[in-house]
Design a protein around this ligand. Sequence first.
Ligand code: SF4
Length: 61
Amino acid sequence: MGDSIYEINTDRCTECIGHYETPTCQKVCPIPNTIIKDPAHTENEEQLWDKFVQLHHADKL
Ligand code: SF4
């Protein structure tokens, strides 16, 4: 929970890279345009892949 709304932890969100083709939370949310990207936390595909590896495969590095 953020100050007034629920917020996605950018340290743990990979935009679903490594798991799905598109961000699953956006895909399944019944209310359109509710889950939006934070322009203050933009990451390119390489950065998202690096985060995926750190989060899910750090024990194999
Ligand atoms: S479902 Fe995917 S895009 Fe949504 S918060 Fe989780 S990792 Fe990020």
